[in-house]
Write a protein that binds this ligand. Structure first.
Ligand SMILES: Cc1cc2nc3c(=O)[nH]c(=O)nc-3n(C[C@H](O)[C@H](O)[C@H](O)COP(=O)(O)OP(=O)(O)OC[C@H]3O[C@@H](n4cnc5c(N)ncnc54)[C@H](O)[C@@H]3O)c2cc1C
Length: 418
């Protein structure tokens, strides 16, 4: 692989967002150098729940969301954990997060989410076509399983928003749920099922396959840690890495939860938090799921994947440098039995990684104000796998300064500061 130091558009971060952006740019004939300190397709992009939904149009902060937070925090096995010493640092982000939960704002965010998600299944299928790995994406329902039937409110805001955007959603009883997913616990008495979705059978592999496509089209990969990016007087960018100093006419910052660290020395502040999530994966689970299943009480998502049955979830705020928390893994292990009593736990593998989370659930996309040639492509929160293909197209439009027939303003980097 060429390691030339010639100026090339440089993408920092080869998670699914960086890879899809690299692929979109190289297809347009742009010379691209993609840099990562890890192997491509790792990071959060490896360990997620694999849900790909055109109907993912509901942000994390919705009206009344705050009411759940104290209860979740008090429960040892709750879906949310904030390291006590991290509370003060998290407060501004949390405050901004809660302010997004007003119905008017939720509708604006929902429309913007739709911009990135509406064709995500078709876009993935197009990207994977001809690679031999088309089967990495499978049609699926999203089964939201409830123990308490009274909690399954099909008219709640989240389902209403999805329906408004065209989703087909049905409420089914326990018997119908058993037919759809025989492995689920009898404790689940009802479910709300969203149709017309897909799921990835191996999220990390999707990244690897699309990365290979990128290099086959002439893209360059540099395995290096980027330590600093800075503009120089000639209008170009200098990229300092563990493998030397490179020049770039333009940079796309797609470094996931680490993106803010590279922006901070430039004086650019973005409300981006590292929201750690976990998964446990059972290679010989002895049970299978036919769809993505969310346990609506425990807030974790289970899905049968190529390497086994994966249960992913939990939101932990403890900062970027905090080590993984074994208690969260133990919690997911106990969820496994509560979701599927017959699951075999032997040989379990656990993983954790950080979501790049913004207060409004939307990514930061586009040129960073006052820094010509520096483009943001990070902050995809809980939705980066599904939003990545469209993000690649949007960032390409922006970088090539193309006239577009869509409103990209909800993704502006400075939307919280202006
Ligand atoms: C438990 C869990 C479940 C999830 N479920 C889903 C789901 O079902 N569907 C969905 O759409 N999304 C889901 N997500 C969210 C999704 O995984 C993320 O939004 C997405 O992976 C973010 O992709 P990314 O490319 O921005 O970041 P990452 O995948 O984290 O990639 C960032 C890359 O940048 C590199 N990097 C950072 N700094 C530097 C540097 N200085 N130098 C060199 N390289 C650097 C890192 O090594 C990394 O490879 C989930 C996340 C988690 C944690």
């Amino acid at each position: 692989m060429s390691r030339s130091k010639d100026p090339k558009t440089t993408i920092v971060g080869a998670g699914i967002v960086g890879i899809c952006t690299a692929l979109a740019l190289v297809k347009e004939g742009v010379e691209v150098r993609l840099i990562d300190r890890d192997e491509p397709g790792q990071g959060a992009s490896y360990g997620n729940a694999g849900v790909i939904s055109p109907w993912s149009v509901v942000p994390q902060s919705v009206p009344g969301a705050w009411r759940n937070i104290p209860g979740w925090l008090l429960k040892e096995d709750g879906p949310l954990f904030i390291r006590p010493s991290y509370f003060p640092r998290l407060f501004p982000w949390t405050w901004t997060f809660l302010k997004q939960g007003k119905i008017r704002r939720v509708r604006e965010v929902s429309d913007a989410m739709e911009t990135l998600n509406q064709n995500n299944i078709a876009l993935y299928r197009k990207l994977l076509a001809g690679t031999g790995f088309e089967g990495l994406i499978k049609d699926s329902y999203y089964v939201h399983a409830f123990r308490n039937p009274d909690a399954a409110d099909i008219d709640a805001i989240d389902y209403a928003l999805k329906r408004e955007k065209g989703a087909t959603i049905e409420r089914i009883d326990g018997a119908e749920l058993r037919q759809l997913e025989p492995a689920l616990s009898l404790d689940f008495k009802t479910a709300i099922v969203t149709k017309g979705q897909a799921r990835s059978l191996e999220p990390g592999k999707i990244g690897q396959v699309l990365f290979q496509k990128f290099t086959a089209l002439g893209g360059e990969f540099l395995h290096a840690d980027v330590t600093q990016i800075k503009p120089d007087e000639s209008g170009e960018w200098t990229v300092e890495t563990s493998e030397g100093v490179y020049k770039a006419p333009k940079i796309v910052l797609a470094a996931g939860a680490w993106s803010g660290m590279l922006l901070a020395p430039l004086g650019v502040k973005v409300p981006l938090e590292a929201e750690r999530g976990y998964h446990v994966e059972f290679p010989d689970a002895g049970v299978r799921l036919n769809n993505s299943v969310m346990d609506m009480d425990l807030k974790c998502v289970a899905s049968s994947m190529n390497a086994g049955l994966r249960i992913a979830g939990t939101a932990e705020f403890a900062g970027l440098d905090a080590p993984p928390n074994q208690k969260r893994i133990d919690m997911l292990m106990s969820c496994a039995k509560r979701i599927m009593p017959d699951i075999k736990l032997e040989g379990v593998k656990s993983w954790s990684g950080v979501r790049p989370s913004s207060p409004d659930s939307l990514p930061f996309l586009g040129e960073v104000p006052s820094y010509k040639g520096l483009f943001a492509a990070f902050g995809h929160s809980h939705y980066g796998l599904m939003m990545a293909p469209k993000t690649g197209e949007v960032v390409t439009d922006m970088l090539l300064n193309r006239p577009v027939n869509a409103d990209y303003s909800p993704f502006q980097v400075n939307r919280f500061t202006t």
